[in-house]
Design a protein around this ligand. Sequence first.
Ligand SMILES: [Zn+2]
Ligand SMILES: [Zn+2]
Length: 275
Amino acid sequence: MIMVRRTQLFLNWLLQRQSETCIACGIHTGGFSKFPGICTSCSAQIPWIHNIRCVHCGRPTFCPDCVRPDRAARYYVCNRSATSYTPIMREWIGQFKYRGNEKYGPPLGEMMHRAYQAMRHEFAGREYFRFNQSLQNVNLVTCVPVSETRLTERGFNQAQILAEELARRNKLPFLPLLARPQDTGKQSFKTKKERTDTMYNAFSAVPGMTELIKPFILNAESQTKMENQKCVTVWLVDDIYTTGSTLQACARVLGEKASEEGIHMTIFCLTLARS
Ligand SMILES: [Zn+2]
Ligand SMILES: [Zn+2]
């Protein structure tokens, strides 16, 4: 009897240990407190962006793109990315996005959360009045959508999972505000100009977009006892920032739709990795 019990305990321990194996290296166990499923040794390799050199796109190095005089006006305030797009991030995002390994959702969500916290800290600490103003208003989280074809193929939208993780951790509402009527094909095979052109009309606002937002505005108005304060801050989430054309196209649709209804929308972009 004691023997059976011991065997059972051993099996339980073994199962427990297996379920605690690091999802990234498959070797180490335990010590997963900060990034669920990732061991301390792997999490030490996360290529965080600590020093931002380009205030527009959040690059940690000199940015030739954002200083070009001919670049179009941005529809969002700026982008910040949690990490650089190094081989380890390519591997983790690839596991999550293309191989459907949903275990990567929580640790990658935690990274997004840290980038969000850093971004709030960055803008709250500065004397930019308009940023501070907008940060205190209604805050909503949304994400870059995928087409129906892609959704059926992958079973989920990786940007939505990251956005939902971020919203949950910060007790903010997540609203799917955008749709992607058709698939634009693989962006990575296109030139910068081609990307911008195909992206321009790739997105649309979901039907009744402003109706989704209005309850939050009304709620904020009733709490602050201020009327006609139709300002909303939207945190637009995606996994990778490459040229910014996807975020630009999404932000344009959001901002234009909102202003049609008299809502002033300030958009901040948050991405997991900066390529
Ligand atoms: Zn590991
Ligand atoms: Zn830049």
